[in-house]
Design a binder for this molecule. Structure first.
Ligand SMILES: [Zn+2]
Length: 312
């Protein structure tokens, strides 16, 4: 969702480690004249009204105009969005670390809980090994080739590359945590990532957006958008972070889109990411974060932060 910028002093709260969030009673939130991006087909829905109550989007209507809108009911925060717009040191990378029987036991156990297994693998040999044993998701996959990509499409295997992990591990201070062998492995992985991305895209593999960053490297998460923009069209990158992840989690009926009945989790941006997906890698473009209907972050005067959290 994108909006006109009405700057207020930024209010940002760190995520408290052991302190629960203190949530105020739910209040309805309405966004009027919002421009929504549909991640399924990439269309922009203009002049929409979004109402969220009880953590879910309860109403979504397209409007032709908001002139004279009188939505100022008690407990309703009305926001006018008139803008244009949302490592093991001992292992060779190619060596599978689990036996067929072990993988199959994991897959069967997960299935008994109505869920699936994803696995971290880089080489074709490692990926084929886990796919042959029923794993439905591959994390990384940096040495993907065309043949394996086609197999993934055929079997409906999800791919979550997370190239930023290896990018972050190559720069100080994080490169200091690797010995010489690990640094060589990381360089090889990093160098092949964009090629894997291109192959996966051309073959039509369903790609997701992961958070496989360790230690203090989570701060670089957004850079994945910029990295993927070198190869993928903006819509493809957006889908990988929204509807595709929802599908993988088997939650496509409640997350991944701003849609009636869906969870009221979304972000408000100043610039349209379909024009340049790299705006998602620039915190100056982030106007607000709505999480379960509560405002977790905001620089919009009309939309004050509604979650009280302990500072860092
Ligand atoms: Zn990993």
């Amino acid at each position: 969702m994108t909006a006109t910028k009405k700057m207020a002093p930024p209010q940002s709260y760190g995520v408290a480690g052991d302190k629960p969030w203190i949530l105020p009673p739910h209040k309805p939130i309405q966004f009027i004249n919002a421009n929504l991006i549909d991640p399924v087909d990439g269309k922009v829905i203009e002049h929409a009204r979004v109402t969220a109550v009880g953590g879910r989007i309860t109403r979504l209507t397209a409007r032709t105009s908001v002139e004279g809108d009188k939505s100022d009911e008690e407990n309703t925060a009305v926001v006018d969005l008139k803008g244009k717009y949302m490592s093991s040191r001992l292992n060779n990378l190619a060596h599978p670390q689990f036996l067929d029987e072990e993988l199959q036991a994991m897959v069967r156990t997960a299935a008994s809980f109505d869920t699936d297994v994803t696995a971290h693998a880089y080489t074709v040999r490692a990926m084929r090994h886990i796919i042959d044993n029923g794993v439905l998701g591959i994390e990384h996959g940096n040495f993907l080739d065309r043949e394996l990509a086609e197999l993934m499409v055929e079997k409906g295997i999800f791919l979550t590359l997370t190239l930023v992990t290896h990018d972050a591990m190559s720069i100080p201070p994080y490169n200091q945590f690797q010995d010489e062998d690990c640094a060589k492995k990381n360089a090889a992985i990093l160098g092949s990532g964009l090629n894997a991305l291109k192959i996966a895209h051309e073959a039509g593999v369903t790609m997701c957006f992961g958070s496989d960053l360790i230690a203090g490297m989570h701060q670089f998460q957004r850079k994945e958008f910029t990295i993927r923009s070198q190869v993928l069209p903006a819509l493809g990158v957006l889908q990988s972070a929204t509807v595709n992840c929802a599908k993988m989690l088997r939650r496509e009926e409640e997350i991944g889109q701003v849609k009636e009945g869906f969870l009221a989790d979304f972000i408000v941006l100043e610039k349209n990411p379909l024009e340049d997906i790299r705006v998602l890698d620039d915190n100056q473009n982030l106007l607000a974060v709505v999480k379960a209907e509560h405002i977790a972050f905001s620089s919009l005067e009309a939309l004050p932060v509604s979650i009280e959290r302990k500072p860092w």
